[in-house]
Structures are given as C-alpha cells and as structure tokens.
Design a protein around this ligand. Structure first.
Ligand code: NI
Length: 391
C-alpha cells in the first residue's frame, strides 16, 4: 500500500480515539499555563507510543521520534492546549465541567489531532526519514507560550514547522492556507491620562482628563486614514474607556485600552510611535500627563513560507477540498516559531450548519464538527512523512 493511503486509512481508523481525547480535554479545560492535567495526559500518551518526552515552558510537552533512516531533517508539528476563561453555553454531553472555563477556540481538537498523529507516526516509524518533534504548547491565548519554547532553544534544530487551527469561518473539512502573511500582529496597549479630579459642577477647579481622552480616542482613528498606505491593512480598536463612575464626579485618571493589528512590523513600529506622540501631546495640551504601555507580550504577524505553503497545498489535496485562505486580523503565537524556522500555519474548516456548529471562535457556543478531526491527524502525519523527502 502507498504510504499516503496507509496514513489516511490509519487516521480514519483512529477517529474514535481522536474524538474521545478531544471530548475529554473539552470537559476539563485549563487556561494558559495551567495545563497540568492536559500535559500529563499528553506526556503519558507520547511515552506509551515510544516517544522521547521533554518538558517545556512549564506546562508544555515535546515528543521526539527518530525515523528509521538515519540523518535527514527535523520537522516540528505544533498543537496548542489552552482553554479560555469563558462560561460554556453548549448543551452537549461533553460540556465543560469547569465553571467559567471552556475550550472556545478548538485547542482541545488540536491536542487530540496531534495525539492521533503521534500514534500514526510511531506506527510508521521505520519508514520515516529524519526526526519528528511534536510540540504541545501551553499559553497560546495571550500567554505567548510559543515564545518561551523558542527561547528555550527547541526550534534551533528544526528545518520546518507546521501548525493546524480548526476554523469556524470555513465549511467542514475544507483545508486552507496561503503564502506569506496569514494572521496579523497583535499589540495590547493601555493609555493612562492623569489630570485632577473634582466636582462636576466646578470643572475650572479640576483638570478633567476625560477632555484630552476623547480627543486621543478620535485621533487614533485618524492614523488609519491619514498616516498609513491604504494598501496596508491596519486595525486600531479601542473598546475600553474607563472614566468616571458618577455623573457628578470628574475623574482623576482616565484609562483607554485597545489593540493594534497589522501584517508588517515596520508599520507596526511606526504606528506605535504615532500613538505615543498623540497620547503625550494631546495630554500635555491640557496640562495632563499621558502615558502608554503594552499590557501583554506583542505577537508578530504569522508569515508562511511560500515554498512550504505550496508543499502544504499539494498534500492537502489528497484529503479533499483546498482553498486559498483569506488573511485574518486575528493573531497567533505560532508567529514566534516562524521567526525562527520556516513553516506554515493551516486552517481546517469545522463549520457545519446542519449540526448547528456556526458560532465564531471565543463564543460561549463555539463547537467543533468532530467528523473532520481525522483529517487534521492525517494532515499532520502526511506533512511529517513527506517533509523527510521534500527538496
Ligand atoms: Ni486559537
């Protein structure tokens, strides 16, 4: 039997295992850097399949498998394991058992799919060329877990890395990727404007920071239209504004919180400098003090290697429908791996209208069409297997 046929058959046979694992992880969600139970199960499974296991980034696990042929290249496959602080609203038998926590991004599915691939790769080990590194990472959601793994040196010997994300905007089973930028950079900033609080009836005795704050809010919107090439996508969204809590109280401080997204780090740096100037000078004009700081680790844009993206598209065709992915302003810490090694981030469609699986990522009713998870497992396995002989 041809190797690819064998891999696809094995993935289909493993479907019950993958779904069982996914449901177990779904029922026991753990948020960033608390993935103790999940990582323990992953470690046990990998050891059972014959992998050398190392721990990384606190609650991360890496499984290493050397193929039958000596030498060769090292390919990494990545799944993220963390859940979100969201109360699940699905009424399903595998509903989250943890109040206020839920797998609302599908990382439970990623972990299960990669465990499925771990089993297949172990089974075909003698026919594999080179080394396979399976990265089960913690803290993707705002934790930049990938950055820790890169800094610990686990990507130093990696020739290519591939990651799959289940994708609610794509119909079930459709695989999508693209050359170049696929996901945006992401910054989270907090602006603080200090003035002098007081009674709303006597504004001249206070120094109302709400005054420059509203100007700053509006000025940020002008960056997009007045300061940036119209062909360069840029998003500035500032959804948090904390001013006074009472109609008759002038606050001493106003806090503004938002996010900046682009596909270009140079543009990102330029815009950050502009935001800083706007905050400082608009505040100064009213004798207030304005500061800006980042409250989370910035994620760079996720940029796929063009040649490897073609390689991925060719392999995906063996599993059915493949489309070119639309770039998204969403962000991914997979970007940190791609700064270190070439690779590709891939979307797997899980949207199924008939099953009522239509909710977006991070929604309390988000769910995954499990009937396509074997495809993720097959995809991971095919990538690892065929990269060995890819020129
Ligand atoms: Ni995600």
């Amino acid at each position: 039997m041809k190797m690819e046929t064998r891999i696809i058959e094995l993935a289909k046979q493993l479907e019950p295992y993958i779904i069982e694992r996914r449901r177990d992880f779904h029922m026991h969600p753990e948020i960033r850097f608390e993935e103790v139970r999940t990582s323990q199960i992953v470690e046990e499974e990998l050891k059972k399949f014959g992998y050398k296991v190392i721990r990384t980034a606190g609650t991360g696990v890496i499984g290493i498998l050397r193929g039958g042929s000596k030498g060769g290249k090292t390919v990494a496959l990545r799944a993220d394991m963390d859940a979100l602080p969201i109360q699940e609203e699905n009424d399903v038998p595998y509903k989250s058992k943890v109040p206020g926590k839920m797998h609302a991004c599908g990382h439970d599915a990623h972990t299960a799919m990669l465990l499925g691939a771990a089993r297949i790769l172990a089974e075909i080990k003698d026919d594999l060329e080179g080394t396979v590194k399976l990265i089960f990472q913690p803290g993707e959601e705002g934790g930049a877990g990938a950055k820790n793994i890169v800094e610990e040196g686990h990507l130093d010997d990696v020739d290519a890395i591939f990651g799959i994300h289940v994708w609610a905007q794509l119909p079930s089973g459709v695989i999508a990727t693209r050359k170049g930028p696929i996901m945006a950079s992401s910054d989270g900033y907090v602006i603080r404007i200090k003035g002098k609080g007081g009674h709303a009836a006597h504004p001249h005795l206070a120094n109302d920071p709400t005054n420059p704050a509203t100007d700053i809010y509006n000025a940020l919107q002008k960056i997009v239209s007045r300061n940036v090439n119209p062909f360069s996508p840029l998003v500035i969204t500032t959804p948090v504004i904390k001013a006074s809590h009472e109609y008759n109280v002038i606050p001493g401080v106003v806090e503004i919180k938002g996010t900046l997204r682009t596909f270009d780090m140079e543009l990102r740096n330029k815009v950050m400098t502009r935001i800083k100037k706007i905050v400082e000078f608009y505040s100064k004009a009213w004798d207030c003090e304005g500061t800006i700081e980042l409250f989370r680790i910035p994620y760079p844009p996720t940029v796929n290697d063009p040649k490897l993206a073609e390689f991925v598209m060719e392999i995906a065709k063996k599993l059915g429908s493949v489309v070119e992915a639309e770039p998204t302003m969403g962000a991914e810490d997979f970007a940190f791996y791609l700064q270190k090694a070439p690779g590709v981030f891939i979307f797997l469609g899980i949207r199924n209208e008939e099953k009522g699986i239509v909710y977006p990522h991070h929604h309390p009713k988000f769910d995954v069409d499990e009937s396509v998870l074997w495809k993720g497992t097959a995809m991971y396995s095919l990538l690892a297997c065929e990269f060995g002989t890819f020129e």
